[in-house]
Write a protein that binds this ligand. Structure first.
Ligand SMILES: C[S@@+](CC[C@H](N)C(=O)[O-])C[C@H]1O[C@@H](n2cnc3c(N)ncnc32)[C@H](O)[C@@H]1O
Length: 244
């Protein structure tokens, strides 16, 4: 009989509650893509997103908190990151460019060491309103270290820039996750390979359709993932089992 080994532990619920169950200094890398909280901002922009409501993050219901509430969530989240990360463990978080400074402040206040703001450039972004303005094609990512200034950095002697360029997810990858802000596996693999080793524990507390978990399974990392939405959680669970 074929034997399947699953390296993942996932939970459906509020990550701020579930994360409390993780012991102090138990995680090597947190790689996550939390809500950027741009829903309300996007609603006021008068763009053509009305026609795309079915699968647009601005109408997903998880990206439109009051700013003060979102700030409280992010501050509490940073404190938990500092508690559960091992010494010299890393946090990489995708974020909207408008919120970069705020997130850096919350992380430093929680005791994390700020390393880098990098850019993910999408080579094929949606050319929405291309005759009216610059096409939005970048997403920043922020990199922090807990309890130290450097951690695992598997660069194999090569210089690695703070800029990564990939296409957005292909139609076939999107079909597996069906998430409005699904990250390409290749992008997540870049960070997991550089910032962790085989057998390490990687956490994604806002895992969406489980893309980080799929890559962890493929790269022999232990994965812990949380997701509030039952539908996305079920998709993540199936993707992680199928490793795709
Ligand atoms: C930007 S998406 C992540 C998408 C993911 N990177 C992927 O590739 O599918 C953020 C996710 O966080 C979830 N979320 C929002 N608040 C949460 C919370 N308090 N606890 C757990 N998940 C939460 C949302 O339901 C959403 O699926």
């Amino acid at each position: 009989m074929e034997q399947i080994t699953i390296n993942s532990l996932i939970g459906c619920g509020d990550c701020l509650k579930l994360i409390k169950r993780l012991p102090d200094k138990s995680v090597d890398l947190i790689l996550t893509d939390p809500p950027y909280n741009l829903g309300r901002f996007m609603h006021k922009r008068g763009t053509n997103i009305k026609g795309m409501r079915d699968n647009h993050f601005a109408y997903s219901g998880w990206d439109d908190m009051e700013y003060a509430q979102w700030s409280r969530v992010m501050k509490r989240f940073m404190k938990e990151c500092a508690r559960i990360l091992k010494s010299k463990g890393a946090l990489v978080m995708f974020m909207s460019i408008m919120k970069v400074e705020t997130i850096i402040k919350f992380a430093i206040d929680a005791g994390l060491y700020y390393k880098t703001t990098g850019i993910w450039h999408k080579t094929n972004p949606m050319p929405r309103n291309m005759n009216l303005h610059f096409i939005n094609s970048i997403e920043p990512w922020l990199y922090f270290i807990n309890d130290g200034h450097t951690g695992t950095f598997n660069n194999s002697g090569k210089s690695i820039h703070d800029f990564i360029e990939t296409s957005t997810i292909s139609a076939s990858e999107h079909k597996l996750g069906e998430h409005p802000t699904q990250k390409p596996k290749f992008l997540l693999q870049h960070f997991i390979e550089i910032l962790s080793n085989e057998g390490d524990v990687v956490l994604d507390p806002f895992m969406g359709s489980g893309s980080t978990g799929v890559v962890c399974e493929q790269l022999n990392r232990h994965f812990i993932g949380f997701e509030l939405n039952r539908e996305y959680y079920d998709i993540a669970s199936r993707r992680i089992l199928d490793r795709q």
